[in-house]
Ligand binder design. Structure first.
Ligand code: MIC
Ligand code: SF4
Length: 647
């Protein structure tokens, strides 16, 4: 029987389980990478496991998110990460070396491999023909400790590409925006998107990576492209041709569904506030005034993106009303555009050059003014994420962004009157590994240095008999992990200090939440109720650890996003789903709920009775936990579970 690409890669890495959608599978992992904002926890947890050196063939610790050094906290974290990498056998990518996903693509991604990253945009590597999955820090730590990666086998969806893009004005960003328009932020849940068809060869490697990167916004486990001549072309240009293998789906490969996209019919698209799936054509918004434009992020900061932007800016002037901020994705991209004089064209036009980091994408500087319109070549426009609550953030291609910056308003780039030559891939990319510190053979003398803001990892007590707790908050659909645990320059420095960061849980929705939760903690703790796709977006496990610290016992929702559900389990919070989604309407914030003898109910099956003590009725929920997940919950989380297994 013909195999698809996912089956081929999973088959070559299967540690246990059946490759059947919905079944648990264990995968042997080739590469694990962390970034600083999630990495401090991941490495603290790795340390807490007491396992010595990392046991995966490649581990890399990147610093790209918490780059603003307004006091000692972020630089202390950087030093902790550098010394932990040296102590435990990982590469260290120094601050300034670039955004983890872009650097990983340049330096390490290779077709046929499996990588995990503690960031939801890890699927960027799918552009290289590898399986690259975003996970929470504790999952990454366990895998670095030598365990297989446990996953519920997703369905595999084929996205059949045909035709050719209308270059140079239509880009890969417009393709993924079109996919998001059609499928929405829930459309990829429990699925892997596998690209194929004759249109694949129209896209070069970094364009494919833009598509798989933002595939995260579909809620998909990951996305993957074939590995072909164009993959080889890129690997040759970065000096890694020896790592190329060809990879494509067999004839007759099976998929759970098939979606066709005609690249030739895609036009410039834009996501409107406040969701990446709120997509329309740029044309339909023509004339909308723009105050800020940000170009960069892990989605669109390759050499190609920067070169196209520089060509548009060259000899032109940024509109008086617009602030234009640019982040090249990596030091290599930055160095290359500098040597070629492209950054000079950017500066001359009036652009503000930022460092090779996440920057405004995660609210680390670059916040728009009150009520301003900001158009970004990024991947997320959740309300408040930019740092300004009432800003109107739109997402568009780097080409559209550059055109808007010059015009001061939204214009279909095809009708802008500007000229732009199509991009030709260089035969050779500049390669400079000077900010990448390789692992050392002998790590015995290395001391891990922890500043005063780095606190011990919090661990939950084993699951008690009954949960009896108050519903502290009732929320709607598509709640993001940014809603649960906001980011931005004020909060991010506390990523290695759980007691301090927990004060910000749900702060954008209800400023009293953390105080109320702490007050409820001695009375049995709290429960959160939500709608569909709860916990979409970022992989930050702080959206589970901090609620755990505040005494949250269970979350009851209509459906979960994958990474967040795993994070809840990893920290001992029980993830329940309504058996009848209509029961959602019957619960109110303030109700006191009881779920009796949970551990015994787990052994008996997957149906739990929830008694509403305030209103005097019962309803049913299920957990969907597999055997391993059940054990983790009973032990109080993955850390106590792993320790118990080890010893
Ligand atoms: C994001 O884009 O939201 C982040 C910041 O990169 C997160 C990780 C984090 O919260 O540290 C992600 O995407 O997983
Ligand atoms: Fe960084 Fe933004 Fe990419 Fe997250 S989405 S990794 S914050 S650039």
């Amino acid at each position: 029987m013909g195999k698809n690409i996912v089956e081929k890669i999973f088959g070559a890495h299967a540690a246990y389980g059946e490759l059947k959608a919905g079944s648990p599978v264990g995968l042997t992992v080739d590469q694990v990478y962390t970034q600083d904002a999630t990495g401090t926890m991941a490495w603290l947890q790795f340390e807490a496991m007491g396992l010595g050196r990392v046991k995966v063939p490649l581990a890399v610790s990147y610093v790209d998110h918490n780059m603003v050094q307004s006091d000692y906290m972020n630089p202390d974290d950087h030093l902790f990460l550098q010394t932990a990498a040296a102590r435990y056998g990982a590469y260290f990518s120094r601050p300034g070396n670039g955004i983890c996903h872009q650097v990983h693509l340049e330096q390490f991604a290779a077709p046929g491999k499996i990588a995990l990253g503690t960031d939801s945009h890890t699927p960027t590597g799918g552009g290289m023909g590898m399986i690259s999955i975003g996970v929470g820090g504790l999952d990454a730590a366990t895998v670095m400790g030598g365990a297989p990666f446990d996953l519920t086998m997703p369905k595999v969806v084929k996205i059949h590409l045909k035709g050719r893009l209308q270059r140079p004005w239509v880009t890969a960003m417009d393709v993924i925006l079109e996919v998001l328009r059609r499928l929405t932020v829930k459309g990829g849940v429990a699925k892997i998107m596998e690209y194929g068809g004759p249109g694949v060869k129209d896209l070069n490697l970094t364009e494919r990576a833009t598509i798989t990167n933002m595939g995260a916004e579909l809620g998909a486990t990951t996305s993957v492209f074939p590995s072909d001549k164009r993959t080889l072309q890129y690997l040759t240009a970065v000096g890694r041709a020896d790592q190329w293998v060809e990879l494509s789906a067999d004839k007759g490969a099976k998929y759970s569904e098939k979606i066709t996209i005609d690249l030739g019919a895609v036009e410039p698209m834009i996501a409107q506030p406040h969701s990446p799936d709120n997509v329309v054509t740029v044309r339909s918004l023509a004339g909308t005034k723009v105050d800020q434009v940000c170009i960069g992020s892990c989605t669109n900061s390759s050499y190609q993106s920067m070169k196209l932007v520089a060509s548009l800016l060259k000899g032109n002037r940024v509109s008086e009303r617009v602030n234009l901020l640019l982040n090249p994705g990596s030091k290599q991209v930055y160095e290359m555009i500098s040597r070629e004089g492209l950054s000079a064209d950017m500066i001359a036009s009036g652009a503000r050059m930022l460092e090779a980091s996440c920057g405004p994408c995660i609210g680390m500087g670059g916040a728009p003014g009150s009520g301003q319109v900001s158009v970004r070549s990024y991947n997320r426009n959740f309300k408040g994420r930019s740092g300004t609550k009432d800003a109107l953030v739109y997402l568009a291609s780097p080409v559209s962004c550059a055109v808007f910056a010059l015009k001061g308003e939204m214009v279909d780039p095809r009708e802008s009157g500007l000229t732009l030559k199509a991009f030709k891939e260089p035969k050779q990319y500049l390669v400079n590994r000077s900010s990448l510190i390789p692992p050392k053979e002998d790590t015995s003398g290395v001391t891990v240095i922890k500043g005063p803001n780095i606190k011990e990892v919090s661990v939950k007590a084993p699951l008690g008999g009954t949960i009896e707790a108050e519903v502290l908050l009732k929320l709607g659909d598509n709640i993001t992990t940014d809603d649960i645990m906001p980011a931005g320059s004020k909060v991010l420095p506390f990523r290695s200090n759980i007691p301090a960061i927990s004060e910000f849980v749900f702060s954008g929705i209800d400023a009293t939440f953390s105080a109320r939760a702490l007050a409820a903690k001695p009375q049995g703790g709290g429960i959160i109720v939500g709608g569909e796709n709860y916990g979409q977006g970022s992989s930050r496990e702080h959206a589970a650890i901090a609620p755990m610290f505040l005494g949250i016992q269970a979350v009851i929702v209509k459906s979960f996003a994958r990474i967040h559900r795993s994070n809840l389990i990893n920290f001992g919070i029980v993830p329940f789903q309504f058996q009848d989604p209509k029961d959602y309407d019957r619960i109110e914030a303030g109700d006191r709920l009881a779920i009796d003898d949970i551990a015994a109910a787990m052994q008996a099956g997957d149906s739990f009775v929830v008694r509403n003590l305030t209103k005097g009725y019962s309803l049913n929920v299920r957990s969907g936990l597999n055997e391993r997940e059940r054990e983790i919950i009973i032990k109080g989380g993955l850390l106590p579970y792993t320790r118990a297994k080890a010893g």
